[in-house]
Structures are given as C-alpha cells and as structure tokens.
Ligand binder design. Structure first.
Ligand SMILES: NC(=O)c1ccc[n+]([C@@H]2O[C@H](COP(=O)([O-])OP(=O)(O)OC[C@H]3O[C@@H](n4cnc5c(N)ncnc54)[C@H](OP(=O)(O)O)[C@@H]3O)[C@@H](O)[C@H]2O)c1
Length: 302
C-alpha cells in the first residue's frame, strides 16, 4: 500500500481527467476520483479499468454542498479539477470545490485551466478563459497553493475539433501569419506534466508546458511528413478578419460554444496567448512526444 499523499480528481471520466488519473497511477500514487452518479457505457468501462489499477471512486458532483464534497475529498492533500462546461461548473463549481478542499484540510489545488496563457488574455478574448479568470478571482483568498497548468492547444484538438484539417479534401487552413509560433501539447503529455506537478514538491503559480512550438506552416509540413500525403495550406484571412468573423458569428447565435474554436485560434495566431517561457525543464522526467508521432498513430487515413 502506497504511503504517498493522495490526490483527488474531479473530471476523471473526461478526455484529460482520465489521462491525469492514469498518469498518477503510473507513478504509484493513490488517487480518488469524484464520479457523478449514473455514469454508464464507455465512461464506466474506462473507470473500471482505472479502478483495476487502484483508483478509488466516490460518487458526487462538483456542485454538491461543501460538507458533502469535503467528505468526498477526505484525506486527499491535492485536488485536481479537470471539469469542462459552463460557468455553473467552471466558476461556481470550482469555487465550491476550493471551499470543500479547504474544509477537508487539503493543501493544493490545480484548476481546470489547461489552455493558452490565460494570464495574458483580457475579458472578451475568449469567454471560456474569462470564466477561469472569474473563478480564480473568486477563490483568490484561499490558503490553498493554487497551481495553474497550461499546455497551449492539444495536438488532438489541432487535428480535430479546431476544424483546421480537412482530411478528405487534403487541406490545412489557418488564420493570420502562418509563421506565428504556437504552443502545442498532446493530451497524454499534459496529463503527465499535471501528475508530475501534483506529485512534486514546491510548485506554485502558473506553469507553462509545450510538447512542441510550431507555426501553422510547420504544422502543415508535419502533417505531410507523418501521413505521406500532400495537404494544401489555405489562408482563411488575417487575424483582424478572424476577430471580425467571431463578432459576426456572436451576433448570429445565443450559444457561444458555436464560435469558441475561433476564439482559441485568435488567442493563438495573434501571439497574445503565447507562452513567454516554458517550465518543461523543471520536470525532466516528462519526455513529451512529437506531433508527427501522434499523427502517424492517430490520423484518419482518408
Ligand atoms: N488546450 C486544449 O486544447 C484543450 C482542449 C480540450 C480541453 N481542454 C481543457 O481540459 C480540461 C478538461 O476538458 P476535457 O475536454 O477533458 O473535458 P470532458 O472530456 O468534457 O470531461 C469533462 C469532465 O467533467 C466532468 N463533469 C461535468 N460536470 C460535472 C459535475 N457537475 N460534477 C463533477 N464532474 C463533472 C465530466 O463527468 P461526466 O462523465 O459525469 O460528464 C467529465 O469527467 C478543461 O479545462 C478544458 O478546457 C484543453
């Protein structure tokens, strides 16, 4: 039985949270995860696989009363949030989690940031990052050590959700300067850095990691090398035209999630969300993989 301090993870059924749990278990650390009642299907099966490796499960919800959530946290000393959702979760839920962590006597909190440089952005640049800043302001009085882990964009998101790669048509689209450097990291490596931060001593403040720093031109070349295919690099417009497109779309929909991918791209292609320094060297045990290797394994073979 491990005597290492216990980590409590919220969001363990998610894309990133499941990898964070796995990375912590890889290190032999005891982990307890908060899981919502009624988790079924693939998510339940994935949890069962983690349970077989030693994950402890407790049922609950990040919006539970503080006393109940504190009891779920129990003797865990570090609390990691990897939730995703609206302000009810990212602001109110995470503030609730911090209050519960304080009550339980935990020492550290890693919020669900995992993005571009949130400290350099302003309100309105990206509504999902605004919520994270609002949450941080609301629990700024906490005695917990708060450590924000930032990773730029996931490789997986760059080749999928962002909508930049059309695998069938064989195109890579981009806004703005194709030579602007972008911070990129795989989901697994973001999880490995988060686990290293959680288990290591002395981390504080904001830590910035990137598996690779690539421009869209280099991203395009990497895709070609990894797939052996020719992709056409297509310009969609300038960064100012992207901002105008976001404003146009915001006027057409009540659902900001419809244009959030564009807001993330704006933060990246303007360089506004770019990391000035990386903290990779503080965690030399994490050896991030390349985009090229990930695409070789994951890309659709259209
Ligand atoms: N940098 C990037 O490119 C990038 C890309 C994607 C995500 N991210 C970041 O990574 C983090 C995690 O995102 P993700 O994509 O992994 O999210 P996800 O796959 O949508 O998972 C969200 C997790 O939150 C849990 N959750 C939702 N509501 C909850 C509640 N009320 N109480 C407790 N748990 C709740 C979900 O549990 P259920 O199974 O019960 O729904 C799930 O485990 C976020 O900070 C996100 O912004 C970054």
């Amino acid at each position: 039985m491990s005597t290492a301090p216990k980590t409590f993870v919220v969001g363990a059924t998610g894309l990133l949270g499941s990898r964070i749990v796995s990375a912590l278990l890889d290190k032999g650390a005891p982990v307890r995860a908060l899981v919502r009642p009624g988790t079924e299907g693939d998510r339940k099966a994935a949890l069962a696989a983690l349970e077989a490796r030693g994950l402890e499960l407790v049922e609950g919800d990040i919006t539970d009363p503080v006393e109940k959530l504190a009891a779920a946290i129990g003797d865990a000393t570090t609390v990691i949030s990897a939730v995703q959702g609206g302000p009810d979760l990212i602001v109110d839920g995470q503030v609730n989690l911090v209050r519960a962590a304080e009550k339980a006597g935990a020492r550290r909190f890693i919020p669900s940031d995992f993005a571009v440089d949130v400290t350099k952005l302003e309100d309105g640049d990206n509504f999902m990052i605004d919520w994270r800043r609002q949450a941080a302001a609301a629990y700024a009085d906490t005695g917990l050590e708060v450590i924000s882990v930032l990773n730029g964009a996931f490789y997986e998101v760059m080749i999928g959700f962002m909508g930049l790669v059309d695998w069938e048509a064989g195109t890579v689209s981009h806004w703005g300067d194709p030579d602007q450097p972008l911070d990129l990291t795989s989901v697994a490596d973001t999880a490995a850095y988060t686990a290293a931060v959680a288990l290591g001593p002395g981390a504080k403040g904001t830590l910035r990691f990137a598996g690779e720093v690539l421009s869209m031109r280099q991203f395009h070349q990497t895709l070609q090398r990894a797939t052996g295919r020719i992709f056409v690099l297509k310009t969609l417009g300038t960064a100012d035209e992207l901002r105008a497109e976001i404003t146009r779309q915001a006027g057409l929909t009540q659902n900001p999630f419809d244009y959030v991918a564009l807001q993330y791209q704006w933060c990246m292609v303007t360089g506004k969300g770019k990391f000035d320094v990386l903290d990779n060297a503080k965690y030399p045990q994490v050896k991030p993989g390349s985009l090229e290797d990930l695409v070789r394994e994951a890309a659709p073979r259209a």
